[in-house]
Ligand binder design. Structure first.
Ligand SMILES: N[C@@H](CCC(=O)N[C@@H](CS)C(=O)NCC(=O)O)C(=O)O
Length: 230
């Protein structure tokens, strides 16, 4: 049986849970307490070189990291990943957009706001993340003018991936309702068969206020230098 290395408040992990729910695929969960440093243990770094969640482990022991790579692997041969090369590349376009533009803006800002880390980040950095988040939402709103879903007429892993953080943008103090096409699309995602309506707030983890110290940090004491990462 598939194993998902998970951290419940992680929306990157939620993407994988959502697809597994759509596919009705059974799996077991192993929780990784990322803010207590479990992701940086040698054992976990052997499974996922970044030390982050999600990671999946297959029956034969092979592992895969990066939420969007996991979605692509699990969706192969299903309705959630097109076969046609152009349609498939369009899905990839939005997976790359999510990893590049959404994770670094909306996801990061939401984490900081929800765990109180925004208090230690400085106004300029917060303003930068907010501007980048607004740009990402505007890009999505433009893209969704003519199509129901990001990949075109069908709901795919592109929607699953982008939905994970975008539908929680108000938790980053972003005015989500101002983006009418995004709002309509969020409702369309929610109407999909076997949609997983599940969000775990960071308050379930008493350690979530902590900074993650990565093993390569040159000076773990210099939190001011490292804190802009996540
Ligand atoms: N690009 C990665 C990001 C994964 C990520 O940042 N996961 C967070 C939880 S949402 C994490 O585990 N952070 C701990 C760390 O970065 O060490 C993905 O899409 O899977």
């Amino acid at each position: 049986m598939l194993t998902l290395y998970d951290y419940l408040p992680s929306q990157n992990a939620y993407k994988v849970r959502l697809l597994l729910n759509h596919l009705a695929t059974p799996y077991r969960t192993k929780l990784v307490s990322i803010f207590e440093g479990e992701g940086q243990s040698d054992d976990y770094l052997a499974l996922n070189p970044t030390g982050a969640v999600p990671t999946i482990e297959l029956d034969d022991g092979r592992t895969l990291a990066e939420s969007n790579a996991i979605l692509t692997f699990l969706a192969e041969g299903t309705r959630y990943l097109p076969v046609d090369p152009y349609n498939r590349a369009t899905v990839l376009q939005w997976l790359f957009f999510e990893a590049d533009y959404v994770q670094s803006s909306i996801a990061t800002l939401r984490l900081w706001v929800q765990t109180g880390k925004d208090q230690h980040r400085g106004a300029e950095l917060i303003a930068h993340k907010r501007a980048a988040s607004m740009r990402a939402l505007a890009v999505l709103d433009r893209a969704l003018v003519r199509t129901d879903f990001l990949g075109g007429t069908d709901y795919t892993i592109a929607d699953i991936s982008v939905f994970a953080y975008v539908h929680r943008a108000d938790e980053a103090n972003l005015p989500l309702s101002r983006f009418a096409n995004v709002t309509r699309w969020i409702e369309a995602v929610r109407r999909q068969a076997r949609f997983l309506d599940q969000v775990h707030p960071f308050t379930v983890d008493p350690h979530s206020h902590r900074e993650i110290v990565h093993t390569v940090d040159e000076d773990a004491a210099a939190v001011g230098e490292n804190q802009s990462v996540r």
